[in-house]
Design a protein. Structure first.
Lengths: 306, 279
């Protein structure tokens, strides 16, 4: 996980301003504004049909926005120029079936106007170098998806966009792709990963954007979404005194007592260190102290179901 | 050049495209086989090459007309090269990889242009060689007269291929696009019939051909008019029957303007379709 502190010096790669897309009366994306900064790993979360793919389609020049706009590299590059510097894969790998893996890669290098030097390295990275002379049509879905990743990486992109990269793969394939994404993230590439698989996002992303019905529900660092809604469990000898003390603290929202196990829900973000310091000051020494962070899945469900 | 290279790369790695393109150019060459048609049947001794079809400058007219018929063969290549981009979703991938929609269209147009130029050059060379062998007149001034038929040939092909390009972008599927092409030919034929029948009733001052020359497929065929009735053998027969006729066989400027206007329109429509559609 690469968590880079918020920094105004970070280069902005992509900004969306009030972007909307309607299909007839259905609003697939509704007034979406986000900005992606270099160095972060973003997870774009949302249930099926929440507008993830449409959003990506718009910034990737294949879907025309109904209203609003977006800009790449702070508007210094046109969309198609910017797309040459990034890498993107969309739900299904699309290649020329009659060409071999290698021939397809050469064509992509021509389109992206980058040298063909990266082909060998990237095909080796995804484990397809041995199969470079096989026709694309002879590949399994997992191999096609890996070729798509190699193709997206061939120009050493500044941003890698992945839309449901593990969709339709078997467990083996899913595992391979995840390992790949993790290693790419570790290399410092900025990634935008659209997925409805939360553990996938939780494992690699530093930031999340949650979408539902085309509307943004949350945007921010992945640990903040969990910290804000975490809770503590403590046990101690003087239960009554502890509860009285905790209830008197301003940052504490609710205190529950369940079979001598005290559950503390904070109003604001509260870290375990400051809580235990406060307890120690009040001469309360817990025998059991657990900070429970809800999983991203719990958070996601509360966010999207409300 | 990058765009042309991209398109030729796509075509060059497809066996079917290669086969069709190769076959097309082979068919053009095969026109020279015509020269060997020789029927000897008792007293009738028919030798096609000596009927004057390979005489300069008539050969420019004859060859460009005959070889232009083969364009339909190449239309399949064009329709397939667009249809495949849609069915393989590689158009989408090309755009994502950083090709703009304008560049995509231009890469197709450059390929079409390259084939038109190759085809025209081939026709020029074949006619020159066949004429050199069989023509009765070999003075340079005669050899290189009437070369406007080559220009008309190139425009005719270009216009037809841009029409195919637009149809395949519009319809997205190769087979249906070809079907629509056939339907359109039919449609123009029916229109011609209707015009013949009713036009005079409503617009007595307008002749049918004045209207019909603006129909796209007819505009293309007007570029090079049929050469057969110009053959001396047939003219002789016509004269003997006493029904001598004169017809303007020249390439007219108007027909060129009409065809080029259609091409421009087809390209514009193609671009708008690409631009407006979501993929």
């Amino acid at each position: 996980m690469t968590t880079t502190p918020h920094n105004s010096m970070q280069k902005t790669l992509l900004e969306l301003f009030d972007l909307s897309k309607s299909y007839g009366s259905i609003k697939a994306v509704n007034g979406l504004s986000i900005s992606l900064k270099k160095g972060n790993v973003y997870g774009l979360l949302g249930p099926n049909g929440s507008g993830k793919s449409t959003t990506l389609g718009m910034v990737l020049n294949v879907v025309n926005p109904t209203s609003g706009r977006f800009q790449w590299y702070s508007g210094t590059l046109t969309t198609h120029q910017a797309l040459k510097k990034i890498g993107a894969i969309i739900e299904r790998p699309n290649f020329y079936p009659y060409m071999t893996a290698y021939q397809n890669m050469v064509l992509i290098c021509k389109i992206k106007e980058c040298g063909t030097n990266g082909i060998e390295e990237k095909l080796k990275l995804v484990g397809l170098w041995e199969r470079r002379d096989s026709k694309f049509s002879a590949f399994s879905l997992g191999m096609k998806q890996r070729l798509a990743i190699a193709a997206a990486l061939v120009n050493n992109p500044e941003l890698l966009i992945l839309d449901e990269p593990t969709n339709g793969l078997d467990p083996e394939g899913i595992h391979q792709i995840r390992k790949l994404i993790l290693s790419i993230a570790k290399m410092g590439t900025t990634i935008l990963l659209a997925s409805h698989l939360l553990d996938e996002v939780e494992k690699v992303c530093s930031h999340v954007i949650v979408l539902k019905n085309g509307v943004k529900y949350y945007e921010g660092p992945v640990d903040q979404i969990t910290v804000a809604h975490g809770f503590f469990e403590i046990k101690c000898t003087q239960i009554e005194a502890a509860i009285r003390f905790l209830e008197s603290l301003s940052e504490i929202g609710e205190v529950q007592n369940e079979h001598d196990l005290i559950r503390i829900f904070s109003k604001d973000a509260l870290d375990p260190e400051s809580l235990s310091k406060k307890l120690a000051k009040a001469k309360i020494y817990p025998t059991h102290f657990v900070w429970k962070k809800p999983t991203l899945e719990d958070q996601f469900l509360t966010l999207t179901q409300s | 050049m990058r765009l042309l290279y991209i398109e030729l790369y796509k075509l060059g790695h497809s066996t079917i495209s290669k086969l069709l393109i190769f076959g097309y150019f082979l068919l053009i060459l095969s026109i020279s086989i015509l020269s060997t048609i020789k029927v000897e049947f008792g007293p009738i001794n028919f030798y096609l090459a000596e009927q004057g079809i390979f005489n300069f400058p008539y050969i420019w007219h004859f060859n460009t007309f005959i070889i232009a018929l083969l364009k339909l063969f190449f239309a399949v290549v064009i329709v397939a090269m667009i249809g495949n981009e849609y069915s393989n979703r590689t158009l989408k991938q090309n755009l994502i990889d950083g090709l703009s929609k304008g560049e995509f269209l231009r890469s197709k147009l450059y390929a079409i242009l390259a084939f038109v130029i190759t085809s025209t050059l081939l026709v020029f060379l074949i006619s020159l060689i066949l004429g050199g062998i069989y023509s009765d007149y070999n003075e340079w001034s005669i050899v290189f007269s009437d070369l406007e038929y080559l220009l008309a040939y190139a425009i005719k092909l270009f216009c037809f291929f841009t029409f195919c390009l637009m149809l395949s972008i519009l319809i997205k599927r190769a087979a249906f696009a070809l079907g629509f092409l056939a339907f359109w030919q039919f449609f123009e034929g029916i229109n011609f019939g209707l015009l013949n029948w009713k036009l005079e009733t409503y617009f007595p001052t307008v002749t049918v051909n004045q209207v019909f020359q603006f129909y796209p497929l007819n505009a293309m065929s007007n570029l090079i008019k049929e050469p057969f009735s110009r053959l001396s053998a047939i003219q002789n027969i016509a004269n003997e029957i006493g029904d001598g006729f004169s017809k303007d066989y020249n390439v007219t400027l108007l027909s060129i303007v009409i065809a080029l206007s259609w091409s421009a329109l087809f390209i514009l429509i193609s671009y708008q379709l690409l631009k407006r559609r979501d993929l």
